[in-house]
Design a protein around this ligand. Structure first.
Ligand code: 3PG
Length: 217
């Protein structure tokens, strides 16, 4: 099942290499947001563990939004990794690299994206057995030039730049061959969600998919 998940993530990233972040206080809102993204062509989402309702939000999307792959973001500890997996999420994202969390996911063949921003961190991730990492915070950590430098050394490693990615620089990041997908919150603006303007989210998703297609024809 986990290998299948990894493969289906790959398939989804071939179609649209973008992972929108969802931060929600309410499972109903989370499901609406995920469906609005899906309507725009994005069906991999990362729900961040930054609200009290985050676990319920993940579970609600897993159960109610058919065809969407749900990952958990901001997973800091093994306990949290255990909790999110018990809610049915299919991949794990962390802002940094903690060996115990990486090992927990690797042992279960759960796709995981640990945050890295230096050669030392990428090397540690590599030594642990990870072959995909998050590059975070992508813009502040040196953006595309840094990503290219890391990619030239770690030739088997693939990166998910997140943090400061937006419609303005998405194409530049996706032009780097080692980039598996880009993550970010620009697709789910708080103002639109608070106003219940889910069409705005669908429009942002459509725009991002078009940018991705142009960057990777
Ligand atoms: C994350 O959790 O990965 C970052 O907070 C996302 O950064 P962004 O808000 O700049 O997209």
């Amino acid at each position: 099942m986990s290998e299948m998940t990894a493969n289906s993530l790959e398939d989804k990233f071939q179609a649209a290499p973008i992972v929108p972040l969802i931060e929600a206080d309410d499972p109903g809102v989370a499901v609406h947001t995920a469906k609005a993204l899906q309507a725009g062509g994005l069906d991999v989402v990362e729900v961040v563990l930054r609200t009290d309702a985050a676990l319920d939000c993940m579970e609600a999307i897993v159960k109610e939004a058919y065809g969407i792959i749900v990952g958990a973001g901001t997973v800091l500890t093994v306990d949290q990794a255990e909790q999110v997996l018990s809610r049915g999420v299919q991949f794990v994202v962390s802002p940094g690299l903690v060996d115990s969390v990486a090992r927990y996911c690797l042992d279960r063949s759960t796709p995981m994206f640990a945050g890295t921003m230096t050669a030392g961190e990428v090397q540690r991730a590599y030594a642990l057995g990870l072959r995909t990492v998050k590059f975070f915070p992508a813009k502040l950590a040196g953006g595309v030039p840094m990503l290219k430098a890391l990619s030239s050394v770690f030739r088997e490693m693939r990166f998910m730049p997140t943090g400061g990615v937006s419609a303005k620089n998405l194409s530049e990041f996706l032009a780097v061959p080692s980039v598996i997908a880009c993550g970010g919150s620009w697709l789910t603006p708080k103002g639109s969600i608070e106003a219940g303007d889910y069409n705005a989210i669908t429009k942002l998703a459509i725009e991002a998919v078009a940018l991705a297609k142009a960057a990777r024809p």
